[in-house]
Ligand binder design. Sequence first.
Ligand code: HEC
Length: 115
Amino acid sequence: MRGARLTMLSAMGLAYASLSIAAGDPGRGAMVFNGTCIACHGSDGFGSLPGVPDLTGRTGLLSQDDAVLLKRMTEGFQSPGSPMAMPPRGGDPALTDADLKAVLRYMRKEFKNAP
Ligand code: HEC
């Protein structure tokens, strides 16, 4: 009896987890950011290495269209004269398109004065 109840509870937990990933939830975005992007962009988005741009500010880079940002995050990006490139999917090919959408939402929510 007890075992059956536990099995049911963990099945519900799994269903909940996959639902929230499909919706691109902020928890997923935080995990992706803190696992991959933070190395170069820093926890607050100001950039922690030379050549990494400041992603904060209402009229800053994150105010560009989702389509532009998601393309650059997916394919990688280097602006003219920039000493360093943004690697495709932040250098982690395992990140899905949904992960990148979730992390974009996370950055807009967390960074100072973000759009
Ligand atoms: C190895 C360092 C590095 C990692 C890891 C990294 N980035 Fe970047 N990112 C950069 C650099 C450098 C640029 C600026 C490229 C340029 O302008 O030439 C950049 C630019 C950006 C931009 C601005 C694009 C634009 O339009 O100017 C966004 C958004 C971004 N990164 C998001 C992310 C996300 C999300 C992750 C994690 C999935 C991530 N980055 C991981 C180095 C990194």
